[in-house]
Design a protein around this ligand. Structure first.
Ligand SMILES: [Zn+2]
Length: 231
């Protein structure tokens, strides 16, 4: 019934999770209704979002590629503290640029989108470290497939030069890979004699065992962070 190009665009809209047949058609028709200016803006934004967004070199969250950062301008203390010849902080996210954040508190999350969930609580004022994956030997995912190496080799040693203690807050979905990742972190910290300087905490009990971080509400999130306990 619909012209082929609309059907084609509707099919592409279904790339997005949660968009079904009917809403995909509606979106395609909505695109067709846009004014020529808005249509060009949309095309421009679609192109830019891939070209101009990257992962933060310090924490792994989404960062904007900006011209002044490419020139290596030092924005805050983070750059002097966390950067070295092996690891340049070329692109840094808004959270890492925020000088009011507590650098000695790092929330470990699996995916960049989990950062948005924790930020929603409006309670947490530390920084983040996105692991990309959780360790899951059964799925052939090991420590080297995560960014734990960067955390243990670069971040923690550098932070311990400046801060007497560092807290790692684990924000993982409950499950086997969460336990495997926690056990690995504990073991490495123990081997390095760092357990008295680096504390591992996790969110309070009371969260449902298989909670979905995406749907946690702000109050529950803030309470869970406040009541965190030793992992
Ligand atoms: Zn960052």
């Amino acid at each position: 019934m619909l012209p082929k190009s609309i059907q084609d665009l509707a099919e592409k809209m279904r790339y997005f999770p949660g968009v079904g047949v009917r809403s995909s058609q509606k979106l395609a028709l909505d695109v067709l209704q846009l004014s020529p200016e808005k249509y060009e803006e949309l095309i421009g934004s679609l192109k830019n979002v891939r070209a101009e967004v990257c992962f933060c070199d310090n924490c792994g969250f989404f960062a904007q590629k900006e011209a002044e950062q490419k020139a290596g301008v030092k924005i805050n203390q983070l750059f002097t503290l966390m950067q070295d010849q092996n690891h340049s902080l070329q692109f840094v996210c808004e959270i890492c640029k925020d000088t009011t954040r507590n650098l000695a508190q790092i929330c470990l999350v699996e995916k960049a989108t989990d950062v948005i969930t924790v930020e929603k609580s409006q309670f947490y004022r530390g920084t983040y470290h996105v692991l990309q994956n959780l360790i899951s030997p059964l799925d052939n995912i090991f420590a080297e497939d995560t960014s734990i190496g960067d955390l243990l080799e670069r971040k923690i040693p550098k932070l311990l030069v400046k801060y007497p203690k560092v807290e790692l807050i684990l924000f993982f979905k409950a499950g086997f890979s969460s336990e495997a990742t926690t056990a690995y972190l504990k073991e490495v910290l123990k081997q390095r004699g760092l357990l008295d300087k680096v504390s591992l905490t996790k969110l309070a009990q009371g969260l449902p065992l298989y909670y979905n971080p995406d749907t946690l509400d702000q109050a529950t999130m803030a309470k869970a962070l406040e009541d965190r306990r030793e992992a």
